[in-house]
Design a protein around this ligand. Structure first.
Ligand SMILES: [Zn+2]
Ligand SMILES: [Zn+2]
Length: 272
């Protein structure tokens, strides 16, 4: 009995995560083209028609571009908030949409819950997936930390958040000021420092967990190793329970997590 998660891609060029349970297969975000999603799913031995559901966090292109076409072609239901469903019309025509409300929904052997995120989309959501005592929490695009986000993610054994940018690097890019302002704003994206502060806040409950950092900006952030180093340095100065960090990389499958291994390894790692 297990819960498995695989990062298929994460970043402004597309986000997608594969979640397998005992009896289900879920795609969390579909921010690649439908063709690219088909290809990467099959690379992971998943026939798109076998997907239990596609959960879409919000309507932005890098999270939703492949959702409608893939769902329609393979008759897979989409789960999203009512606001996201409205924002994605008409791309969802002919697709079964199950709306995600605050009291959650059960799909097969998984409970799917959402919580609101401060981001410049219609009704963006963080996602909690619960299966047989394990929980995965995915909250990628948001501009500032709110108490309910901390408490929602504290439930998770695997937390997936963004470490989008390094503030100094962002300011040094050639982006127009309006773009920089949007990214750094309260409804934009988390910086590396904010990601570290969020991990610190989540860790106040003393629970051991894995954390993936995703949605790294190509132009306004360090490379994956650099981001890990920045966050690890910050966390090493705090009194925290062990946190295992990994990067959900841009444009390719990378981090993977398995509840059985998390259990076995829970005594082995410190902040690593
Ligand atoms: Zn977004
Ligand atoms: Zn995004």
């Amino acid at each position: 009995m297990s819960l498995q998660v695989r990062s298929l891609a994460s970043g402004s060029s597309g986000n997608a995560f594969l979640v397998r349970t005992t009896a289900g297969v879920f795609l969390i975000d579909a921010g690649l083209s439908a063709r690219a999603l088909e290809r990467v799913l099959r690379q992971h031995s998943v026939e798109p028609s076998a997907l239990t559901a596609i959960v879409v966090s919000h309507e932005h292109h890098d999270h939703a571009q492949g959702a409608g076409p893939l769902a329609r072609r393979f008759q897979v239901p989409i789960i999203c908030t009512p606001g996201t469903a409205r924002a994605l019309e008409p791309a969802l025509q002919g697709v079964e949409v199950r709306t995600l409300h605050v009291d959650g929904t059960t799909v097969g052997d998984v409970d799917v819950w959402s919580f609101a995120l401060p981001h410049d989309a219609a009704e963006p959501a963080g996602i909690l997936l619960r299966h047989q005592g394990w929980t995965v929490g995915i909250a990628l695009d948001f501009g500032h930390i709110q108490p309910h986000i901390i408490s929602a993610l504290q439930e998770a054994d695997l937390v997936v958040i963004e470490a989008n940018h390094d503030r100094e690097r962002l300011l040094a890019t050639a982006y127009p000021w309006s773009t920089k302002h949007r990214i750094m704003g309260d409804y934009g994206h988390l910086s590396n420092l904010q990601a570290a502060q969020l991990i610190e806040a989540i860790g106040q409950d003393g629970k051991r967990r894995d954390v993936w950092l995703g949605h790294l900006s190509e132009k306004a952030n360090e490379n994956p190793q650099g981001v890990i180093k920045i966050v690890r340095n910050y966390l090493s100065m705090q009194e925290l329970p062990p946190v295992k960090l990994a990067i959900a990389e841009r444009g390719k499958p990378s981090a993977s997590w398995h509840s059985d291994l998390a259990l076995q390894q829970s005594d082995l790692f410190g902040i690593c």
